[in-house]
Design a protein around this ligand. Sequence first.
Ligand code: TZP
Ligand code: MG
Length: 194
Amino acid sequence: MGTQNCIKQDPEQILREAISGGITAFQFREKGKGSLTGQAKIAMAMKLRDICYNEDIPFFINDDVDLIELLQVDGVHIGQDDISAAKIREKHPNLAIGLSVFNDAELAVSPLSLIDYIGAGPIYQTTSKEDAKQVTGTKWVESLRSKYPKLPIVGIGGIDTGNAAKVIEAGANGVAVISVITKADNIEEAVTNI
Ligand code: TZP
Ligand code: MG
């Protein structure tokens, strides 16, 4: 999530409650309408990074590879049009790298040997990504899983407490969510239910 997703409460509080609920990783995705830029973005990233560090939760940054060293991140998540996994891997041999893969055409040009997991989706309709592609459904996870039995897959997009299990049953190792947490009345409960 990023601050643009945090309408009900401040980001630090949302992150703390999500951690209490049992999230296993956090990605800072400060992007889109209303998001912070420049120093304000970095200052927020540092606050959230500290919370994750103190709670032993891996901290990922979305896209901003220039923040890798400054924030001592555990991982970075990139899209098909971002800096290449090869370039990141060259400089950071031990960093976790995630890559978004939407369809077979993207899969064909994805450097799977250099990455640690695939972000698959949007599985369902999402309101959290302005330029979201059409939904893939859980079939996309099934297809990836049948081709790559051991590749870690994280489903993303419109996942909530009602459909998360379907994504896992389709073969995903995990789910990434934004709004089901940031918009929850009871964040701990939402995370526990997922
Ligand atoms: N990439 C594909 S869907 C999505 C991203 C970043 C947004 C997921 O947010 P939500 O609110 O869980 O649908
Ligand atoms: Mg990106």
